[in-house]
Design a binder for this molecule. Structure first.
Ligand code: DGP
Length: 114
C-alpha cells in the first residue's frame, strides 16, 4: 500500500468523510474544498500520477470516471454541471502523489482554468 495520505485513507488507517467505496475505488470530501461540493475519487491501487498509469490500468481509470459521475449525481450537482480535474505533477499543482480525480460543483466554473 502507498505511503501517501490517500493510501492511508484508502486503507482506513486515516479517517476521511467517505461518500463511496468498493474493492477498487474510494471517494471522499476534500479537506480544503474549492467549491461547495468538492469530492476526490481515488483508486485503491497506489498509482502516483496519471503519467504513471499504464495499459493495465485502463479499466480502473474508466471506473474512476464512472464513480465520479455517480458521486456527482448523488451529491446533486450533475444536472447543473460539475468539473472533473486530474492534476498531474508539480506544474499542474499536484501535491498528493496518489492518483486522484477532483469532482467540483455547486458554483459556476471559469474557463480557461487559472
Ligand atoms: P492535488 O493538488 O490535485 O494533489 O489535490 C490534493 C487535494 O487533496 C487537495 O485539494 C487537498 C486534499 N487533501 C490533502 N490532504 C487531505 C486529507 O488528509 N484529507 C482529505 N480529505 N483531503 C486532503
Amino acid at each position: 500500500m502507498s505511503d501517501t495520505i490517500f493510501g492511508k485513507i484508502a486503507s482506513g488507517e486515516i479517517a476521511a468523510d467517505l461518500v463511496y467505496k468498493d474493492e477498487d475505488v474510494v471517494a471522499f470530501r476534500d479537506i480544503s474544498p474549492q467549491a461547495p461540493t468538492h469530492l476526490l475519487v481515488i483508486p485503491r491501487k497506489p498509482i502516483p500520477t496519471l503519467d504513471a498509469a499504464g495499459p493495465e490500468d485502463a479499466a480502473l481509470l474508466g471506473k474512476l470516471l464512472l464513480v465520479a459521475a455517480q458521486v456527482a449525481r448523488e451529491a446533486g450537482i450533475a444536472e447543473r454541471g460539475y468539473r472533473t480535474v486530474i492534476n498531474c505533477n508539480a506544474e499542474a499543482g499536484q501535491t498528493v502523489f496518489h492518483l486522484h480525480l477532483h469532482v467540483l460543483g455547486g458554483r459556476p466554473m471559469q474557463w480557461p482554468p487559472g
